[in-house]
Design a protein around this ligand. Structure first.
Ligand code: DGL
Length: 269
């Protein structure tokens, strides 16, 4: 595998740009290729088989670009397609997802605590966080809740207003998230409402952001596998989407935290 090959990053849409931005901050000299499958957004309500079919097609696109790593920057796709993608890609690239680094972090740092997980229906119904955390550290109590309204709410730019506040409050007051010590953001859209979530708990609950944890994991992985770029120049970042509208362009800036030029790339006819 080539050290100076690009890193492919994909999501159902633009939410994964929170992960791409964290990776860019940790690894500024790496060349990043982002693919947002905006034509099929959202993945969170889709079946496992459908998400797997999309993920394979996107992996093929990254393999054509000779990516050394493919980051699944979407919890729903990580839950549904990680194992299949690993098998499919085999030695051609390394698959990194957003769930495993978070699980590693939680099992190391949250012993004897109660950890809440919020995410899409696909992610929460897969039970992947709870299963993986408890398999390694049975002292941790995991409580999960599907919070499907948060993605459309964030996509529509409802972040700091009363409606957003009420939706967040309704979910976080749910009995299934009672008495948690920390909260896993099990969806790559949620870092945008991190402050609002933290404020609900008067900053007494530790909010665990998978974009940062995944970027840190990736940096360590590249170094330990001798796969870090040798370039000393800033990396070249490209952003592709399967469907392009003005609203995606506007939201992309919000999620990435700086202006982004999206290019339409049709993987599907
Ligand atoms: N970004 C996706 C995730 O992390 C949520 C959006 C979707 O449902 O496609 O699960």
């Amino acid at each position: 595998m080539q050290k100076n090959a690009p890193i492919g990053i994909f999501d159902s849409g633009i939410g994964g740009l929170t992960v791409a931005h964290a990776i860019k901050e940790e690894l500024p000299n790496e060349h990043l290729i982002y693919f947002g499958d905006t034509a099929h957004l959202p993945y969170g309500d889709k079946s496992t088989a459908t998400i797997q079919a999309y993920a394979i097609k996107i992996a093929d696109f990254f393999l054509q670009q000779n990516c050394k790593i493919i980051v699944i920057a979407c919890n729903s796709a990580s839950a549904a397609a990680n194992d299949l993608l690993k098998e499919y890609v085999a030695s051609r690239a390394t698959i990194v997802n957003v769930i495993e680094p978070m699980v590693d972090f939680v099992v190391k740092n949250e012993s004897d605590k109660t950890v809440g997980v919020i995410g899409t229906k696909q992610t929460v119904n897969s039970n992947i966080y709870s299963r993986s955390i408890k398999n390694t550290n049975s002292s941790i109590n995991v409580k999960s809740l599907a919070t499907p309204l948060l993605v459309p709410m964030i996509e529509e730019g409802f972040l700091h207003n009363k409606i957003a506040h009420n939706i967040i409050e309704k979910y976080l007051r749910d009995a299934s998230l009672k008495n948690i010590d920390s909260l896993v953001l099990g969806c790559t859209h949620y870092p945008l409402i991190k402050n609002e979530l933290s404020q609900f708990y008067d900053n007494q609950v530790n909010i665990l952001d998978s974009s940062i944890i995944t970027a840190e994991f990736l940096k360590e992985f590249l170094a330990s596998s001798d796969l870090s770029t040798t370039s000393t120049q800033k990396g070249n970042n490209q952003f592709f989407v399967s469907d392009l509208t003005e609203s995606f362009e506007h939201s992309a800036k919000l999620f990435f935290g700086e202006p982004v030029v999206l290019q339409k790339h049709q993987l599907w006819e």
